[in-house]
Write a protein of this length. Sequence first.
Length: 518
Amino acid sequence: MTHEPRLLTRALPAAVAALIFGLLAALGQAPWGLWFLAVPGYAGVVLVIANARGGRAAFLWGWLAGLAHFALCLSWIVEPFLVDAERHGWMAPFALIFMAGGLALFWGAAGSLAVAAISGRYARFWAIAVLMVAFDALRGYLFTGFPWALSGHIWIGTPVDQIAALGGALALSALTLELAAGLATAWARIRAGRLVRAAVVTGVVCSGLALSWGWGQYRLAQPVPLYDGVQVRLVQGNVLQHLKWQPDLVQGFFQRHLDLSQSPANARPDLVIWPESAAPFLLENPGVGLEMMAEAAQVPVVFGVDRASRSTTGERQYHNALAAIDTQGQVTAIYDKHHLVPFGEYIPVLGLFAEHWRGLAGTALSGYTAGPGPITLDLGDAGRVLPLICYEAVFARSLHTAERPDWILQVTNDAWFGTGIGPFQHLAQARLRAIESGLPLVRAANTGVSAVIDARGRSVAELGLGEMGALNAVIPQARPATPYTRTGDLLWTLLLGAITLWLAMRALRNRKRLTSAP
């Protein structure tokens, strides 16, 4: 009992520091973009974990820092549950707690393994940094993956984001955490009175950031050849989610999209694009809907729509789809979303057994059925396009197709995310996909932000969040395939996997040594 007050005195400041530094690190994410606060925040997280007395304490401090970080970054996760608050509102706080707490486990695991494997204080800083990158990579794949709010995302919108063309989001995460480890090392040197060494480390950190920034600026300054590209008209109906499917309003919303699709005969685009689930009918039972759309646009239309099909066993199944029609209203191309949102568009496991367990966005039975995977659609004069529906733009691996497209098309309904930070984080990830692939990206969003993004990730035309209207723009030219297009995350996976395995073996040896000591 005499040791409890002393233990509390040591633990409480560390817990508070972990929470504060986790919040500070979160401020680098969109829409704040305060990377200059986020990097010191990550450095503080590294320091707190490295000072832990043992793997359990390291896990706790890492988990608390991650909890604060993800709770702030993902506070938008409550919005879908408030669309139908009477039915789902009670789940909102649990969704945030479990999501933030679950993702924080990756930070805790990284810290615990680093402390268990490495005894030297300075070496721990770098081990923690590397393992946080490794666990960033792991959570992009585990349980279908959720690579949201990665540490590397703090650079989106700065010249540093161009590094993603070389190594994707994980290259940016590696830069972030290595800068953080460098700052942690410099601070520890200062505390130890070794000012010269601290100055050297600080200089290296600043030089690394300056080189990354300078290379990004150089890449952005390269001239873009003039290109008379495809002209598109993005329709942003701004239909609020809680009103979207009310029977007395559906026809009016459809008419709104028809009106926004019209343009003068002398200024017609090559293609009109509607957002995700914009059509208020099933694709195979449209009535006169497709003819009305073709008549309004007078050009081909690409739009989000639900559709039904039959499985090999004859069971009726539903898809969150994208379809294209010609000027006669005939369907010319179909794509089914293949990366569905767990608990949003389907319920894992339960959806297989109980029809009443539907996702928040599911319209029938146990939600949606996934499509076969990413494909390239031939839109004729509009070129070859890689379609992405909403959540799929979060995954760089959704861009891998046998044939390189001319541009990327994302249709989304960010009304689910509300009007706060969620839509801006989703837009930031779309910008990163353009940088990684070297392809322009066109984004049609129900409530915004609709945008045309060039192959360097810069927005060349936008229709803001919460606005109703139509955006006319020319799709910028594609650039040559990037190094990341060719290698993906393979090299990162091999390198991070090897380092993680090595540290795990060291941790195991250390544990055996302690247990076998007399």
